[in-house]
Design a protein around this ligand. Structure first.
Ligand code: UD1
Length: 363
């Protein structure tokens, strides 16, 4: 049996390891081991995803918690190195671009353990984003780089990565969605919230560039106020965003908006059920850009760039600034809806391709 560590740390990681865990579990040669670094620890940021995706409790928990970037990265490296030295796996799989992704990669590669990155090659070309640094470090070091789209391959080859390390496998997030589609469709959270299908917007915001600066966040809150006068919106608030809203004193104003429903962070199934029936999405998340493209729902991304350019060139995603967000919302409401197509290999079969790739690599 080959032991494969699957590193999961933060909310966007749990749905990425789930299809792979279940696919590896079905083989007679792989023993998938879930390593939770503890970067996200709240029930609705972590445990609820394990329940939704029918994952077992993490086999290994590093319990690193929150901290500065160096603290978080350092704590994961120290704790994970000890595990790797005592019980080295045959392969480590890291996903996405959070601090724990880069930290686990550095710890494993230095001990000579084969390390693979799922969702490799994405680049925003914006080094003020902590995730861009994590992507660069992870992709420079990992032995196997699984990309979701052709831009990923191109970025890696341009950076001098050996072509034999790169394999396009498609988008694992689509496997996650298809895996739970029937349960998502059965959930009707919008009704419980008193909303009508196709007549509400769904907002998610958590990027430091949008929510850590008082002036920017105040501007965004004002725009949300204007938008909700035309379109009722739901806003499940990320802990980072809520903390800043409260510190800056914006929460009361936001809660008083009649067209806005503020919720705690949601787990995958209820969140995706809101996505399925929404008129449009307003977000700065990476995953939501992909999910909206796959589902053909208009998405306005409040960022100057995206590491997922196919969602703009092929999908329904549009980049926005605080200055033009409201006009873009109005344009969609007036019928100016961007249409798109599903990118190649976003087909729910990515986990299968990854399992085949691991098997080839390890034999
Ligand atoms: C992290 C990832 C980001 C990802 C996001 C998804 C990095 C650099 N960033 O950002 O790429 O899109 O997760 O959510 O890895 N907190 C809680 N409960 C939790 C976790 C965090 O209250 O379970 C609060 C803490 O105050 C913490 C803050 O949120 O300091 C930020 O958490 P952190 O993990 O540092 O970054 P995210 O903003 O969640």
């Amino acid at each position: 049996m080959k032991t494969i560590h699957l590193i999961a740390a933060a909310r966007p990681n749990f749905m990425k390891i789930a299809p792979l865990y279940h696919a590896l579990k079905q083989t007679d040669w792989a023993d998938p081991v879930i390593v939770h670094t503890g970067q996200h620890y709240d029930i609705n940021m972590s445990d609820a995803f394990f329940t939704d995706f029918q994952l077992p409790d993490p086999h290994i928990h590093l319990g690193v918690g929150s901290g500065t970037h160096a603290q978080q990265t350092g704590r994961v490296m120290i704790a994970y190195e000890e595990i790797l030295m005592n019980t080295p796996p045959d392969m480590v799989v890291v996903v996405g671009d959070v601090n724990s992704t880069a930290a686990a990669t550095m710890a494993a590669v230095k001990l000579g353990i084969p390390t693979a990155h799922l969702e490799a090659g994405l680049r925003s070309f914006d080094r003020t984003m902590p995730e861009e640094i994590n992507r660069l470090v992870t992709d420079a070091l990992a032995d196997l780089l699984w990309t979701p789209s052709p831009d990923g391959d191109e970025n890696l080859l341009r950076e001098g990565v050996a072509p034999e390390k790169v394999e396009r496998v498609g988008n694992i997030m689509i496997d996650s969605l298809e895996m739970l589609r029937s349960r998502i469709e059965a959930e009707q959270l919008f009704m419980t919230l008193g909303l009508t299908a196709g007549e509400y917007g769904l907002i998610t915001l958590h990027r430091p560039s949008n929510v850590d600066d008082r002036e920017t966040l105040e501007k965004i809150c004002g725009i949300i106020g204007n938008i909700t006068e035309r379109l009722p919106c739901v806003f499940p608030i990320h802990p980072r965003t809520r903390k800043n809203m409260e510190t800056f004193g914006f929460m009361t104003r936001l809660e008083a908006l009649p067209g806005l429903k503020i919720l705690e962070p949601l787990s995958y199934i209820p969140f995706m059920s809101l996505v399925f029936h929404s008129r449009m999405l307003i977000t700065d998340s990476g995953g939501v850009q992909e999910e909206s493209t796959y589902l053909g729902i208009p998405c306005l991304t409040l960022r100057p760039n995206t590491e997922r350019p196919v969602t703009v060139t092929e999908g329904t995603n549009q980049l926005c600034t605080p200055a033009d967000l409201e006009a873009n919302v109005n344009s969609i409401l007036n019928g100016g809806r961007k249409t798109g197509q599903k990118p190649a290999m976003w087909d729910g079969k990515t986990a299968e391709r990854v399992v085949a790739s691991i098997r080839r690599y390890l034999s």
